[in-house]
Design a protein around this ligand. Sequence first.
Ligand SMILES: [Zn+2]
Length: 463
Amino acid sequence: MRYVKTISEVTGSGCTMSQIANDRLTDPVGVVKLCAELIAFDTTNFGEGRSNGEREITGYIAQLLRNAGYAPEIVGPTPERASVVARIAGSDPSLPALLVHAHTDVVPVEVDDWSVPPFAGLIRDGYVWGRGAADMKDMVAMTIATAQDWASRAIRPRRDIVLAFVADEEDRGDLGADWLVRERPELLAGVSTAIGESGGNAIRAIDAAGTVRRLYAVATAERATMHMRLTSTGTSGHGSRPTADNAVRQLLDATQRIAQHRWPVHLSSTVRAFLEQASHALGYEAELDSDEGVERTVERLGDAGAVARYTIRASATPTVLRAGGKVNVIPGKAEALLDVRCPPGYEDELEDVIDKLLADDATRDFVSLGRSVESAPDSEWFRAMERAILDQDPDGIVVPFCMGGGTDAKAFSSLGIACYGFAPLGLDSEGREVHGVHGVDERVPIESLVSGQRMLASFLQRV
Ligand SMILES: [Zn+2]
């Protein structure tokens, strides 16, 4: 029953809503309180199918939506691993629908390292604190608060908007977004476009004149996730009698060649657009004709360039080795796992390169395969997100970017839905920033959350 906590209970340190108001912001739609409440549900996903589950939070979200007059449906493979979907009817049924998706599960905490209780939903020092504050109960709260606000003011969007608050993103999405796409695609009928995790939050950038600017990167692409297992086999036997086909030696050779391979730059249209537009807006030169030029362009952008550092090329990172069990026994088999990420459009070439590097030393198969995502970085949808951000921050710079990792967009894009990462957060006027995503003392600035909700509402109402 964590969700029945009142604001005075969740604020812990005695901070009250009037003090929050003193932070030079108003929160008329209650997004801050709601974010804190959602954090108080411990929805930890430990991975490999182990999880505290999303049943309670899903029930709470469904109740909030029902109270606002919507008709949510709780769906999922089991009651414990539930998601909730609701469709807000638009005024123009001829327009394709828009999906807004956000996951309700969170990654585990190392509680001893935290300076606050991670599931208390503390509101303190200008932040909402707790696991999920910025990944991504903030977006869940912004979306629900917007729907509640519309209901209270009898506002209808132009097009149908489907809200999906899904389980299991922090593992493989098998029981959340993938399940939804596989088992209940009719809930997404008529959806042409989606917005979801990662993108649209303010990043500090320094322009060529030394001025601090605000860069809002909206995700229009994601690298493919191609998790691979390498397997080497050889003759097993006594360690005192070396063999020519030692599985461990072969696996190490193959893994070493892949780990040391220098992947060429492969610019997707999104990364190219990011480098061109960010460089132009910040007054830097963009050199995109050679690998070295691209690397220099990324470096010149400083912190803003970090957004592109891992997405200009593929990466193949060895993460797990498994072989042998006894020092005097040569094992017949050795395995390695590689975390391979691939820019959109480079997948086939990447597989060819990996096969050449493996030579005869190892074979490969996929442990998991998540397609790359790429939506048009210059679409009307992108422009609408840009306008929504600039409404709140006229001096901001809005650019497309490619995510280095993956989100539930991979599942939704398999239905032909154009996916964007847009979970906007404005800048905090006193320099507070999002902190601790997947780490310690996760927190989101209150001011960023409030202005982010305004950006989201402005976008949803406009489209
Ligand atoms: Zn997340």
